[in-house]
Design a protein around this ligand. Structure first.
Ligand SMILES: Cc1cc2nc3c(=O)[nH]c(=O)nc-3n(C[C@H](O)[C@H](O)[C@H](O)COP(=O)(O)OP(=O)(O)OC[C@H]3O[C@@H](n4cnc5c(N)ncnc54)[C@H](O)[C@@H]3O)c2cc1C
Length: 502
């Protein structure tokens, strides 16, 4: 029987990021996948700013950027005419070191993550399927099967079910996956084209009866199309590119030179009723699935992995209380439910048929959207939502304190590089931030509790992002603020540190 600290089931982006964070922090992992090789199709293509910030903590954001394509603007079209151009580049600048979305297809991303994991001495165990798992006293027990038919029992302290939408782990736990499935069938197609929309920007096109989203991909003329299959073909078993309605495509004057990959699928919207049962966790598509609007699926899985990873490290390596792990369910289920309901509304809006929906889409929106997007505040809000930099854990039991407009649970505001207060997050440990001056006693306490103290100069830039002068901000390993104190009180700090085993 093999033993490990954490058994990770599934080597998609979620499982790989979890394995990398844990291994980097000295937690032993086994990561298994039933597939005999890493994914070979593009699937999710957008990596948002918040995940690039996590990748920076892990040390490979620049490598991801090098391999991907940044896209900095979106365009909206109606009946073949462009009616709005929305640049994001300038908006995110003061929000994140990565003020754009990165196109890095999922197969390439999995390859990059696999390489990073290998550098840490961990290899994905392929052709290995989990077929049962259970919580046992002080651990978990899983039954695995190799492609050869050989069976094995693996015991671990914890098990992470990153095994996708049809999760066996979820089924074994008896956890429900409530939600539904949209009636329409959608498609994704990776194409090489000629035309004005192959310009490295994103394009969204509407017609009376159709919609289309076009994303830039690396290489001249390469794009990803996302659209809906005509209702009369919904029952057809093998829908192909030839079945796609060409009208909206022709209206954009696109000349398709090559169809590299085509896949049609039904879209589901479901959230598992709980993300944790004792020592077994659900993450990524095993925990939530939703429409592709905003490219949030894979990004949310990576966010789950980071949220759980540092908590497992704290419990396994630093003997933090098990209650810390419960905040994973608390924090991520709330976000997943919110995400599914918002992408659901957005998706229903763009794909809804009927006269009224068509009128709103084709008559009201072309007037409303250019009006709204002329306001920088509106564009900033869009960037914050899509990039996942607006995720906060304010209601979490881990969040304590408030100073000015910043509350515990917020993501640490980025200082626009003046100075770069994100650089120090690469230790992936708790750390104290002060912007201004701090008492000698704070320095003493931080040293005693092994917490890095970073004192940044007070400046207009700091003031602008809402941080308060001389206030104490205790930053979690994932870059969110855990605890805030405006007036130094040693007992309050100790009480928080003791509660969470820091
Ligand atoms: C056609 C298509 C297009 C998509 N487009 C987008 C998009 O544009 N934007 C977006 O954000 N998302 C998109 N997605 C969704 C995105 O691919 C998923 O959100 C993402 O893959 C989730 O990652 P994951 O690691 O949680 O799960 P997965 O990538 O599904 O990985 C799960 C892994 O677990 C393994 N596994 C399953 N069961 C077992 C078992 N019992 N034992 C061992 N291993 C097991 C599987 O082999 C797999 O490798 C798309 C998906 C598809 C299919």
């Amino acid at each position: 029987m093999q033993k490990t600290d954490v058994l990770i089931v599934g080597a998609g982006p979620t499982g790989l990021v979890l394995a990398i964070w844990l291994s980097k922090m000295g937690v032993s992992v086994r990561i298994i996948d039933q597939a005999d090789r890493s994914g070979t199709t593009s699937r999710a293509i957008v990596l948002h700013a918040r995940n690039l910030e996590f990748y920076r903590q892990l040390g490979f954001a620049s490598l991801a950027i090098e391999r991907g394509v940044e896209f900095k603007a979106a365009n909206l079209w109606l009946h073949g005419k462009k009616f709005a151009h929305v640049p994001f580049g300038d908006l995110g600048v003061s929000i994140s070191p990565y003020p754009y979305a990165l196109i890095l297809p999922q197969d390439q991303q999995e390859e990059l993550l696999g390489e990073q994991l290998r550098l840490l001495g961990v290899e994905v165990e392929r052709s290995t399927t989990l077929f049962s798992c259970e919580n046992i006293e002080k651990g978990v027990r899983a039954r695995l099967k190799k492609a050869t038919g050989e069976e094995e029992i693996c015991e671990a302290l914890y098990l992470a079910g990153c095994d996708g939408a049809h999760s066996v782990v979820r089924e074994q736990l008896g956890v429900g996956f409530p939600g539904g499935t949209y009636e329409d069938v959608f498609y994704v197609a990776d194409l090489r084209i000629q035309g004005a929309v192959a310009d490295g920007e994103m394009h969204g096109a509407l017609d009376d009866a159709d919609f289309l989203a076009i994303f830039p991909m690396k290489g001249k003329g390469n794009v990803r199309l996302v659209g809906a299959i005509r209702p009369e073909l919904k029952q057809k078993e093998h829908v192909q590119w030839e079945d796609v309605n060409q009208k909206i495509i022709q209206r954009l004057s696109m000349k398709v030179e090559e169809v590299k990959w085509f896949s049609a699928y039904k879209v589901h919207h479901r959230v598992a009723s709980q993300f944790q049962k004792e020592r077994i966790f659900l993450l990524g598509d095993a925990a939530h699935i939703h429409s592709p609007v905003g490219g949030q699926g894979m990004n949310t899985g990576i966010g789950d992995a980071v949220n759980l990873a540092w908590k497992l490290v704290a419990v396994i390596k630093a003997h933090a209380p098990a209650a810390l792990l419960e905040t994973y369910n608390e924090e991520r289920i709330r976000f997943a439910q919110h995400l599914v309901s918002t992408t659901d509304s957005a998706f229903s809006f763009v794909s809804k048929r009927g006269r009224l929906a068509t009128q709103v889409r084709t008559q009201l929106m072309p007037l409303l959207l250019p009006f709204l997007f002329q306001f920088a505040a509106m564009r900033r809000m869009m960037f914050r939502i899509l990039s996942q930099t607006s995720i906060e854990y304010e209601p979490s039991s881990l969040s304590e304190g408030k100073a000015g407009q910043i509350k515990a649970g917020d993501r640490l505001p980025w200082l626009n590089g003046k100075p770069d207060n994100y650089e120090v997050l690469n230790t992936m440990n708790w750390q104290m931030h002060v912007y201004g001056k701090t008492a000698a006693e704070v320095q003493h306490v931080c040293k005693e509790r092994n917490i890095d103290l970073h004192v940044f100069k007070w400046s207009d830039e700091v003031k602008k992002v809402g941080l308060q002068q001389d206030t104490l901000y205790l930053i979690r390993p994932d870059g969110y603020i855990g605890w805030i104190q405006a007036q130094w009180n040693k007992n309050e700090l100790f009480s928080y540190l003791d509660k969470w085993g820091i």
